[in-house]
Design a protein around this ligand. Structure first.
Ligand code: SAM
Length: 250
């Protein structure tokens, strides 16, 4: 791994460990603490009704920019992988959708996040979901072993997005689906933003423009089947929240 990539990942891990620790503490975070300034609220992303079955520990720490479980149109019995599962909100929603015959696997590189996600799963006695420490650039899974991959506001944080999409393609079964919510750049970001570690951890500095992002998904072998974009202002920078669907051809 390149030295700069290692630095980025270490910085990202430290930032998300701090968030997980604040969320796990009885005296700290208000529900808004996981949301970057300018981001939509958790209720806006998911709708109040959908959140009703989740533990407060999962909604308070949610740091996504969409609802990939809705995008993925999950079915009972499916095996789902969440790239960068954080506090587990999307894994828990996916677990409800796939039911007892299905299975949900969350992967995250921050040990504190994995711990919080496990506590949240235990709080609702979810038996069909598991959380593992790991990196989305080298997934600890067998090839063609999952039906659907979801991810929510994570891939922008990776310094090696080619590896992420190649790994996603490897572990997905032929005909399997990829459903991603992520931040994309609208035009060229200022170099001061690109070079800032804090902006990287805030899901801004690592954001690619839509065409480059889609190019990487296609280069890994996927067929892109849909994309929508909603402009957002994150920390004063104009970016967009993108919802992308793709499939692995048979
Ligand atoms: C913005 S949060 C989103 C968490 C979750 N998807 C959600 O919607 O609440 C980003 C998460 O991705 C994890 N992450 C960042 N880079 C990663 C990588 N390269 N491999 C695995 N996890 C990563 C972080 O530890 C953090 O939990």
């Amino acid at each position: 791994m390149k030295k700069q990539d290692k630095l980025i990942k270490t910085f990202v891990r430290i930032q998300y460990a701090a968030l997980a620790q604040r969320a796990g503490s009885c005296c700290a975070p208000e529900a808004t603490s996981a949301r970057p300034e300018g981001a939509a609220s958790v209720e806006q992303l998911y709708g109040k009704e959908k959140l009703a079955s989740l533990p407060e520990g999962a909604t308070a720490i949610a740091a996504g920019c969409g609802d990939p479980t809705a995008l993925a149109e999950l079915k009972p019995g499916e095996v789902v992988l969440d790239l960068g599962s954080g506090g587990g909100i999307d894994c828990l929603l996916a677990a409800e959708r796939v039911g007892p015959r299905g299975r949900v696997i969350g992967i995250d590189l921050t040990p504190e996040m994995v711990e919080v996600a496990r506590q949240n799963a235990a709080a609702v006695e979810a038996k069909n979901v598991e959380f593992h420490l790991g990196e989305i650039e080298s997934l600890p899974l067998e090839e063609a072993s999952v039906d659907v991959i979801i991810s929510n506001c994570v891939i922008n944080l990776s310094p090696d997005k080619d590896a992420v999409f190649q790994e996603a393609f490897r572990v997905l079964r032929p005909g399997g689906r990829l459903a991603v919510a992520d931040i994309v750049a609208l035009g060229k970001l200022p170099t001061t933003v690109r070079g800032s570690m804090a902006s990287w951890a805030a899901c801004v500095a690592g954001a690619l423009e839509k065409e480059e992002y889609l190019g990487k998904i296609q280069a890994a072998g996927f067929e892109v089947t849909g994309i929508t974009e909603t402009p957002v202002n994150l920390k004063g920078i104009r970016v967009a929240s993108a919802k992308i669907k793709a499939t692995k051809p048979f």
